[in-house]
Design a protein around this ligand. Structure first.
Ligand code: GLN
Length: 401
């Protein structure tokens, strides 16, 4: 018998979970609910999904599409995904051998990493990062190697990136348009990254879920479309952000046939498959015309304008995003302590939730002056947030005094 209750507990804590903590983003949502706060923390829309899409899902259930679909995805959805990439990027994918439907991009990323990484491999990650990639890498027993994106433009130093690649590098994870910075990687940057992948025989594993949320003429380029990258890229995406259905958990992975074989094996044993009726509705969503995506981007541009005005008026320094639906800010001016104290203050005093910057960095001290707000919210929600934030300078002064 173990000697103590603590010893007993420790026995059942695997080594693979020791190096990371629970998601701060998702913790902030729980805190927001507890404090009845406006949630500008976790990136999910509080407005309805498109009517036609909801109807398609309801109709699929009524039509008895309620049993497992083929494990790697219902055929109509895989066909629609292939057709969409052909239409949007001129890229050809074989729905039978190169498309895997997963439970969200989250599973797509984990399944891809589990399929290609061995313990001891290294994975290059840009920092600040969306917080899943580090734990995903560690769950595979691989080691993350971080490369800084430097504000205000969130550029990387090409030499620093080159130094991060070693003979042990198996992959780089690239998220463009980027969460949390709003950076959209340029063709030139992607070509440089592609060159390193080829030189070091590494894969580019990309999270492209914000592909259609772009501002100021920014253009999204899948690195997989660059010369020499078709065979060494894994593209992860999902319905969540493009169709405002983050709770549906329908995503996909595009990869050459040999990689797809490995990814499908992991996916099959992890989850069997994504929700069948929602995949059916997904086939309808991916067939929507270009005007849907134009409207989506224009609509988010309006929300971006509104949040930027609100947080700039409240005294934040903002890093204006060129894509995705988050704004990183600098909070040094407020005298309310570091990012974590600041977010605690915001939620307890002004009933507003945001995400502490340190949760996007491996070395948390790099993010202590930053806070992320998301703006995938109704105009009324953003207006309520503006009202709350307009009190910030006054309440902060009282707090300090
Ligand atoms: N992408 C969202 C964010 O960064 C959260 C996604 C999630 O929690 N699964 O807020």
């Amino acid at each position: 018998m173990p000697s103590s209750p603590a010893g007993f507990r420790a026995r059942f804590r695997s080594r693979r979970i020791m190096n990371f903590t629970e998601s701060v983003i998702r913790e902030m949502t729980r805190l927001a609910l507890e404090h009845k706060a406006i949630n500008l923390a976790q990136g999910f829309p509080d407005f309805p999904a498109p009517e036609a899409l909801k109807r398609a899902a309801a109709e699929a259930i009524a039509a008895d599409i309620n049993q497992y679909s083929i494990t790697w995805g219902a055929k109509p959805l895989r066909n629609a995904i292939a057709a969409k990439y052909k239409r949007t990027y001129g890229m050809e994918f074989d729905p039978e051998r190169e498309v895997t439907v997963c439970c969200g991009a989250t599973e797509g990323m984990v399944a891809s990493l589990l399929a290609v990484l061995n313990p001891g491999d290294e994975v290059v990650l840009f920092e600040p990062f969306y917080e899943n990639y580090g734990p995903d890498t560690q769950l595979c027993g691989a080691e993350p190697r971080y490369v800084m994106l430097h504000p205000p433009q969130w550029n990387f130093d090409p030499e620093e990136l080159r130094r991060a690649f070693t003979p042990r590098t198996k992959a780089i994870i690239l998220n463009t348009p980027n969460n949390p910075t709003g950076k959209v990687f340029s063709r030139q940057e992607l070509e440089y990254i592609a060159g390193l992948c080829q030189e070091f025989d590494a894969l580019a594993i990309t999270d492209e879920i914000y592909e259609h949320i772009l501002y100021d003429g920014a253009v999204h380029i899948p690195i997989m479309s660059l010369a020499g990258m078709r065979e060494r890229s894994i593209l992860v995406n999902s319905m969540s952000k493009t169709y405002s259905v983050t709770g549906w958990r329908v995503g996909w992975v595009l990869a050459p046939p040999d990689l797809t074989d490995s990814i499908r094996k992991v996916h099959d044993f992890l989850t069997v498959g994504a929700a069948a009726p929602l995949q059916q509705a997904g086939a309808m969503a991916l067939a929507m015309g270009d005007d849907y995506y134009t409207r989506l981007a224009a609509d988010y541009a309006g929300r971006r304008r509104q949040i930027l005005a609100a947080i700039e008026d409240a005294g934040f320094h903002c890093y204006v995003p060129r894509g995705a639906y988050y704004v990183m800010t600098d909070i040094s001016g407020f005298g309310l302590g570091d990012d974590v104290s600041f977010c605690r203050y915001l939620i307890e005093t002004l009933a507003l939730a945001a995400v502490p910057g340190s949760s996007f960095y491996a070395q948390s001290k790099l993010g202590t002056r930053q806070v992320r707000f998301c703006f995938c919210k109704k105009y009324e929600t953003l207006e309520s947030a503006r009202r709350q934030l307009s009190q910030l300078r006054r309440t902060a002064a009282e707090f300090a005094g």
